[in-house]
Design a protein around this ligand. Structure first.
Ligand SMILES: Cc1cc2nc3c(=O)[nH]c(=O)nc-3n(C[C@H](O)[C@H](O)[C@H](O)COP(=O)(O)OP(=O)(O)OC[C@H]3O[C@@H](n4cnc5c(N)ncnc54)[C@H](O)[C@@H]3O)c2cc1C
Length: 395
């Protein structure tokens, strides 16, 4: 809607590519709202890597295509509406750019090519049982011992840890320093002895995140990124990479398409829900919110493209984008009514549903529950409100 002719043409190119190359089983899985398996996702990453589209936003000298934010967001959006699986943002948008900016030449040479080829996957070890919003109170310790650190402690809510090859981790290297100052940023091989991963099964039936325990884990000093005790600056820089993405415009469009499909299919009093006032009103409200989100994202993009600072206002994209995901999922569950209630474990796993439910119903409640996490992960809504109140409104 807000595209330049160049971006509009690029979108068409992405759609054509996905139509031609996305494996049918994977498209069906994502369309049905199921979680893609690791095997499916890695197959898709290999296809994208061959096209150079796994890390296109990285600079050319680092193995990317140097895409700007406008092109990258258009790409993500087209992927989402075409039912391609979500990209592993932690790997491609977080640790990759961190290594490009702060990594040593040896770290870049070791890790970047494997990420760009889709061969190694990462998870993010920030949160701990008593350190989430207040991340600086983290307690995991890393103590120097010769040519390595010995790491002890635990992380929680670590998304995808059970499938990851590496974890980037914040650990306290100076317990005497002020909270933010004694923290270091470490790269840890998940196969190192002393690491235990315990998946956490959510109310939605999926094992999205994990507890990760470190018991006398030896990490080479060469795996420290940047300076010792100065990891906080690096930790915070990650957030910059994802700020614009968090509007989730593409994901919201995918959910709108799902709600529309259900709205025309499900009947009430002999007519499709799309013709019933309660559904029509809610659908229109959410559609307008989505248009406003898209317009706002375009506004921030314009600033980013002109090289202007984005500013703390960008928190509104995260706030609104995540709330909107929840509202679409709630509308879908309400539209499906009792059909959305049964918990069909096989459908949630990605197998053929065992219950005779209408299409898109078997995972509707799971998706609704999963969406609860959107207003917590990446900085909760309350934290976004605080940022907007203090830094934007000056309250
Ligand atoms: C789906 C999902 C995936 C995640 N993946 C990862 C991951 O891969 N790696 C990782 O490290 N972490 C991950 N997290 C953890 C996430 O970063 C934390 O959950 C988040 O930072 C909140 O921390 P917390 O859960 O400890 O809640 P708390 O910080 O304890 O917050 C509890 C409640 O208090 C509110 N609150 C806290 N502080 C304030 C304040 N100052 N003012 C007003 N209200 C406040 C919060 O908004 C919340 O409602 C994930 C979380 C989710 C939901």
């Amino acid at each position: 809607m807000f595209d330049s002719p160049e971006i509009a043409a690029f979108r068409a190119e992405v759609r054509d590519f996905v139509r031609a190359h996305l494996p049918e089983d994977l498209r069906a899985t994502v369309r049905a709202g199921q979680q893609a398996t690791q095997d499916q996702t890695r197959r898709w990453y290999a296809i994208l890597a061959r096209q150079g589209w796994l890390v296109p936003h990285w600079p050319i000298e680092a193995g990317g295509l140097g895409w700007d934010a406008a092109r990258r967001l258009a790409f993500d959006e087209e992927m989402a509406v075409s039912h391609a699986p979500e990209m592993n943002s932690i790997t491609f948008d977080m640790i990759g750019p961190v290594l490009i900016r702060f990594g040593s030449p040896a770290q870049k040479a070791r890790f970047l090519p494997a990420i760009a080829a889709g061969e190694e996957h990462w998870c993010q070890g920030y949160s701990e049982p008593n350190a989430g919003s207040d991340l600086a109170s983290l307690k995991t310790r890393a103590v120097r011992a010769g040519d390595h650190y010995v790491v002890n402690g635990s992380k929680i809510w670590t998304s995808g840890a059970q499938y990851s090859d590496w974890i980037f981790c914040l650990a306290r290297t100076d317990p005497e320093a002020k909270a933010q100052e004694g923290i270091s940023f470490l790269l840890i091989d998940m196969k190192t002895p002393g690491i235990t991963v315990r998946p956490i099964r959510g109310i939605h039936g999926w094992e999205v995140f994990n507890e990760v325990f470190f018991d006398e884990v030896a990490v080479p000093l060469a795996n420290l990124v940047g300076e010792e005790h100065r990891g906080w600056t690096i930790a915070k820089s990650l957030l910059e990479f994802e700020r614009l993405k968090l509007a989730r415009v593409g994901e919201n469009k995918r959910r709108m398409a799902r709600a529309r499909e259900i709205g025309w299919r499900e009947q009430e009093h002999g007519e499709p829900l799309m013709r019933r006032p309660w559904f029509r009103k809610r659908f229109a409200e959410l559609q307008m919110r989505l248009m406003a989100l898209e317009a706002n994202t375009a506004r921030f993009l314009e600033r980013a493209t002109q090289g202007l600072p984005i500013g703390a206002e960008v928190s509104m994209l995260k706030l609104r984008g995540s709330q909107l995901v929840q509202l679409w999922e709630a509308l879908t569950v309400d539209a499906l009514g009792p059909a959305a209630l049964p918990f069909d474990a096989s459908a949630v796993r990605g197998d053929v549903p065992t219950l005779p439910l209408p299409e898109l119903a078997a995972t509707a409640s799971s998706r609704r529950f999963l969406s609860r996490g959107y207003t917590i992960a990446g900085g909760s809504s309350e934290i976004q409100h605080n940022i907007l109140a203090k830094q934007v409104l000056g309250l």
